[in-house]
Design a protein around this ligand. Structure first.
Ligand code: FES
Ligand code: FE2
Length: 311
């Protein structure tokens, strides 16, 4: 029996960095509990399609890019980025009924996002903007990636669970939640938090803003100002790919800020590894026994449940 009762949520999810895939490249990827063929036309347009050729079922991951189309390796049929059959090498006309289904894609701050919905519904929101990616006051992005044996909700609940920072991550004191705002697909959680340092605890903040289940930004203020864009993508019902994009604010290129920022990147990355054994073995407690200060956990769960559709 699964340790948690959740299907995969709908939303925008990161499937690659834009630069990961060169024009003309074809790659088979595994997300949303199935395989997809991610490819890029010669002109640079991205597409993410189901892998089975509508002609006679060959795997399109074996195909190759020919200008604006992906050409199946079996009989050479071409499909454009919209999935339409554009030509059959041995016929006068394409087959209008031959269409390969795909996911809507969006380039967003250097990330390639795919819209996934279990019923194939069109996008229901636009992803949240993360202005730090384009702000010259920030150092170039540092990315850390993890594959974790749990679902997004269980991981994201961390943001509403302030007590664990002290017990799992050795933060000096339980943080103080200033506000929890959950409106529609958006959530914002503002907290005051002390950070450990070699000179003792440093007062600071951790503020989280997210839209949808797949993307959120955590803004740290303490010895340095750093933003962490977290992208969580379901691999299947029980596995999630987590990418952290760290952006350290350093407008004056101060080497000291750089050094502290790099140390914070390391310590936040280590914190994930502290969470992982708990996430990978815990069971979802549907009716938890909570302390009075832990109401945000319940609110978070109610908010998250809107991204589940039972088919
Ligand atoms: S199976 Fe793809 S072209 Fe025939
Ligand atoms: Fe944590």
């Amino acid at each position: 029996m699964s340790r948690f009762p959740f299907p995969m949520p709908f939303g925008w999810f990161k499937v690659a960095m834009v630069d990961d895939l060169a024009p003309g490249e074809v790659r088979t990827v595994h997300y949303f509990a199935r395989e997809w063929v991610l490819w890029r036309s010669a002109a640079g347009r991205y597409a993410m399609h189901e892998p089975w050729c509508p002609h006679l079922g060959a795997h399109l991951g074996l195909g190759s890019v020919d200008g604006g189309c992906l050409r199946c390796t079996f009989h050479g049929w071409g499909f454009d980025a919209d999935g339409e059959n554009t030509d059959i090498p041995y016929a006068q006309r394409p087959n209008r009924k031959a269409r390969v289904a795909g996911l809507p894609l969006l380039e967003h701050h250097g990330m390639l996002l795919a819209w996934w919905h279990p019923q194939g519904a069109a996008p229901l929101y636009q992803p949240l903007d993360f202005p730090e990616f384009e702000d010259p006051a920030y150092e170039p992005v540092v990315i850390r990636s993890f594959t974790i044996g749990t679902c997004i909700q269980e991981m994201a609940e961390n943001g509403a669970d302030h007590a664990h920072f002290q017990y799992v991550h050795s933060h000096p004191k339980v943080g103080i939640t200033e506000s929890v705002e959950l409106h529609g697909f958006d959530r914002t959680i503002r907290t005051r938090q002390e950070f450990p340092s070699s000179k003792g605890p440093v007062p600071g903040r951790i503020d989280i803003s997210g839209r949808g289940p797949g993307l959120a930004i955590t803004r740290y203020q303490g010895l340095v100002t750093m933003s962490l864009v977290g992208a969580s993508t379901p691999i299947d019902e029980e596995h999630t790919q987590l990418h952290f994009h760290f952006l350290v604010r350093n407008p004056d290129h101060d080497p000291k800020v750089s050094r502290i920022g790099a140390a914070l990147v390391e310590s936040v990355s280590r914190e994930v590894l502290q969470d992982v054994p708990i996430w990978e073995t815990k069971r979802y407690a549907a009716s938890p026994a909570l302390a009075p200060s832990e109401k945000p956990i319940v609110e978070f769960r109610t908010w998250f449940s809107q991204f589940y559709v039972t088919t």
